[in-house]
Design a binder for this molecule. Structure first.
Ligand code: SF4
Length: 351
């Protein structure tokens, strides 16, 4: 299997005219500075030097929300550096993330010119009331229009949605996922809402007008959405924000997170839960009380079976009194597993 490497370059949207309640871009725009051409080159070079697998697929990703909202000259300046690496075959592709209302034909032509392959749209919700409630500044109609245009220009389409926005219910989120599926994205990212310092959402949280999701709720909601997208062959490439110095445990002094379902390995928690449920389903199909099982998986999936800090193994033991042994096998395809019953309760009593 080919390794994939991402070279992330964060582009702050300085002077963003929007006012999303969960975003602190306005408060940091005084401190942040725009990335330069030289810095993009340095970042790419540093990452390329650190990659061990020369033959891996390498992608430059301009993250930060609204790439196509920054000045056209700046977009061209940054893209032209990454494009040089594409022409030299030192990187394979470029991706950008942006807002649905910052997509039009001219923008897409510009991105095409510089070899951009994937465009990710920050959708957040397809419910216009929730979008308005978060002062998002665009509608679901913008999402539909932009998504169709992106596909017409043969880019890979990505969608980013948020879980636990103010007044958003589990049902609203399932509906958002169903709406997005109709637009046929190739990839999706799921971001549970965190309350960040110096945002409108922080004020609402402190005034008790907003209650963030508990970690368990966020894991459960993401799991359901994951199943839904997966059933339509849409890959969920990320769940939970990337950990950084400022997106970290609220207990850390440098953390900008005030509240919400933060976890350093949020995506892993969701994956663990998905594996747990698949194994449990198989155990339940066995027509006898099981005491000890062996799960054979590809080495890549061992951690998913065991769970973060052995959560899954402990859960099987605590809730079902089942001991789980994990066996690695290259013969099992990634994502699959085989279950062998090592001991039933009858064996156990006979011992
Ligand atoms: S999340 Fe909203 S406010 Fe923040 S940078 Fe993006 S568009 Fe601007």
């Amino acid at each position: 299997m080919q390794n994939n490497y991402i070279i992330p370059i964060f582009i702050p949207h300085l002077g963003c005219p929007n006012d999303c309640t969960f975003c602190n871009q306005k408060s940091i725009s005084g401190q942040a500075k725009q990335v330069t051409k030289m810095e993009v080159r340095d970042i790419i070079e540093d990452y390329l030097k650190s990659f061990k697998d020369e033959n891996a697929y390498k992608e430059v990703a301009f993250f930060g929300g609204s790439f196509t909202g920054i000045e056209k000259e700046k977009q061209e300046e940054l893209l032209s550096v990454a494009y040089e690496y594409i022409k030299d075959k030192r990187i394979n592709s470029i991706r950008v993330s942006t807002r649905p209302d910052y997509i039009d034909k001219d923008i897409l032509k510009l991105l095409k010119k510089y070899g951009v392959k994937t465009i990710e749209l920050g959708v957040q919700s397809t419910n216009d009331y929730i979008l308005k409630r978060c002062r998002r500044g665009h509608t679901f109609e913008d999402v539909k229009r932009a998504s169709k245009l992106i596909k017409r220009y043969h880019f890979d389409l990505g969608h980013q949605m948020m879980i636990g926005l103010p007044e958003s219910t589990r049902l609203d989120e399932l509906n958002t996922a169903k709406d997005l599926i109709k637009l046929k994205p190739k990839i999706v990212r799921l971001y549970p809402v965190l309350v960040i310092k110096n945002t409108q959402l922080e004020k609402e949280y402190k005034n008790k007008e907003y209650e963030p999701l508990a970690l368990e709720q966020a894991v459960e909601r993401c799991k359901e959405l994951y199943y839904l997208f997966n059933s339509k062959k849409i890959t969920v490439i990320r769940m939970g924000l990337q950990n950084t110095d400022i997106i970290s445990d609220p207990k850390n002094a440098s953390s900008e997170v005030v509240a919400g379902p933060y976890h350093e390995a949020f995506g892993q928690l969701v994956e663990d839960r998905i594996w747990y449920e698949s194994i449990l389903e198989k155990i339940k199909k066995v027509n006898t009380k099981v005491k000890e099982i062996e799960i054979e998986v590809n080495p890549v999936d061992v951690n998913n079976v065991v769970g973060h800090k052995k959560d899954n193994l402990n859960r099987f033991k605590d809730l079902y009194d089942v001991d789980v042994k994990v066996k690695q096998s290259e013969n099992i395809k990634v994502g699959n597993f085989e279950m062998k019953i090592l001991k039933t309760y009858k064996d156990f009593l006979d011992d």
